[in-house]
Design a protein around this ligand. Structure first.
Ligand code: THU
Length: 135
């Protein structure tokens, strides 16, 4: 899988951002281990709290279609500065992927950086912690 294809997906879905409150458009493209990719945008709400980030929109689309494990995810927010996934989205990525998941933080198809989940969310709290506690 080319990073560029995932970034293109994020850029396409960014155009669908529903963000009348922040005016901050975000798009994401997520690659699952099946080889399929899904896109998503941020979706805001007048009550603010129900707002869903682009990354989670894309992930939940995939999971609800039967996908199970994430391989890589691209995110495009600002086109001027790199926009990293928020803490909540990092936690959600970690539910469906290990520390090797690649996180592509892009401004454009040509301008991006690649981080691993291990770099941006070390020491993750996972279901293993819950299982250990119940022993
Ligand atoms: N946002 C995302 O979609 N992804 C992130 O990782 C950071 C924040 C959205 C949520 C909200 O609609 C807007 O950006 C401003 O916070």
């Amino acid at each position: 899988m080319e990073y560029k294809e995932l970034i293109r997906m994020a850029l396409d879905y960014r155009k669908r951002s529903y963000s009348p409150y922040s005016n901050f458009k975000v798009g994401a493209g997520v690659l699952f281990t099946s080889g399929k990719i899904y896109g998503g945008c941020n979706i805001e709400n007048a009550a603010f709290g129900p707002t869903n980030c682009a990354e989670r929109t894309a992930i939940f689309k995939g999971i609800s279609e039967g996908e199970t494990r994430i391989e890589a995810i691209a995110v495009v927010g600002s086109l001027e500065e790199y926009t990293y996934p928020c803490g909540v989205c990092r936690q959600v990525i970690s539910e469906f992927g290990d520390q090797n998941v690649k996180v592509i933080i892009a401004k454009s198809e040509e301008d991006y950086i690649v981080k691993s989940m291990g770099e941006i969310l070390p020491g993750t709290f996972t279901k293993v912690d819950l299982e250990n506690n119940n022993k």
